[in-house]
Design a protein around this ligand. Structure first.
Ligand code: SAM
Length: 267
């Protein structure tokens, strides 16, 4: 059993490092860590946390973060946003970047890759035969190294891939057995996966055109969310688009982002 003191120590650490607020998630924290603590022979959660805190870039710290993030995602999630992207955002972007042909799209909590691969498919589909002349590579980041590995592998179950429109499945996937598909090399090349913690300083030199920040702010408290949104705003191109999860919202008196329609904002 985890003691109150141990629980507070873990929750405090994860909040400080990743912004994730688990103060009300006793069952989740214990449920996800218990097995690991036993399997690795720790005599207490404190003994494990001593290592986490002593070696902030070590295996234990990484394991802790990987265990306590929630990575739920799926292909074609909240797909009205993808329609909006193709019908409104991409035509605008094509015009705006006619001379540079450089699109800067960031998928900021990419989990196991379903979302950024979809963004890359949409770019290729939209630009069609013109696509090779453009640089539309999607930058996909997440704090969790396990999901990033899965994303780079690019293997998904048949059931999950079949959520996508059929023409995308045909063009961007190869079936590898009865139950699994793999993304094509052509699509893989269009997404760059990197580990990145949203609590850190944003590393962009060139302003971003499109940011997908879906279903991650729900884990943060208000001040953390506000600060992150402010940082993102500063790194975006005027006219750039921000997409958030459909159950998330941004209070209009606390942001410079302009509200366009539910879950879509603009600088
Ligand atoms: C529920 S998933 C959302 C995936 C995808 N955006 C979607 O909407 O389907 C949330 C992701 O946010 C990531 N995450 C949580 N805190 C983070 C942080 N501080 N920095 C970067 N990623 C974080 C988690 O690892 C997880 O993969």
């Amino acid at each position: 059993m985890i003691t109150e003191q141990e629980f507070d120590r873990i929750v405090g650490y994860v909040k400080r490092k990743a912004g994730i607020n688990l103060a009300e998630k006793h069952v989740l924290v214990q449920g996800r860590l218990e097995n690991y603590i036993q399997r690795n022979g720790y005599s207490s959660y404190h003994e494990f946390m001593d290592l986490v805190e002593r070696f902030p870039t070590g295996k234990e710290a990484k394991d802790l973060m990987n265990m306590l993030t929630t990575n739920h995602t799926y292909f074609w999630r909240e797909h009205e946003q993808f329609t909006y992207l193709k019908q409104e955002v991409f035509p605008y972007l094509r015009k705006k970047t006619e001379s540079t042909k450089d699109w800067r799209i960031w998928c900021a909590a990419s989990s196991s890759g379903e979302e950024p691969y979809t963004l890359a498919m949409l770019c290729m589909d939209f630009l069609g035969l013109e696509h090779p002349k453009w640089d539309t590579k999607v930058l996909a980041t997440d704090i969790d190294t396990n999901v990033l590995e899965q994303a780079i592998r690019g293997v998904y179950t048949k059931d999950s891939v079949e959520q996508l429109p059929h023409q995308y499945v045909r063009r961007f996937f190869r079936q590898i057995n009865d139950i699994e598909y793999r993304v094509t090399d052509e699509l893989k090349k269009e997404v760059l996966f990197r580990q990145f913690n949203l609590m850190h300083q944003l590393p962009f030199r060139k302003p971003l055109h499109v940011v997908f920040l879906r279903n991650v702010m729900i884990y943060f408290d208000e001040p953390t969310k506000e600060k992150l949104l402010h940082n993102i705003y500063e790194k975006m191109e005027p006219g750039g688009y921000l997409f958030i999860g459909s159950t998330e919202s941004i209070s209009q008196n606390k942001t410079k982002f302009q509200y366009i329609q539910p879950a879509i904002y603009r600088k």
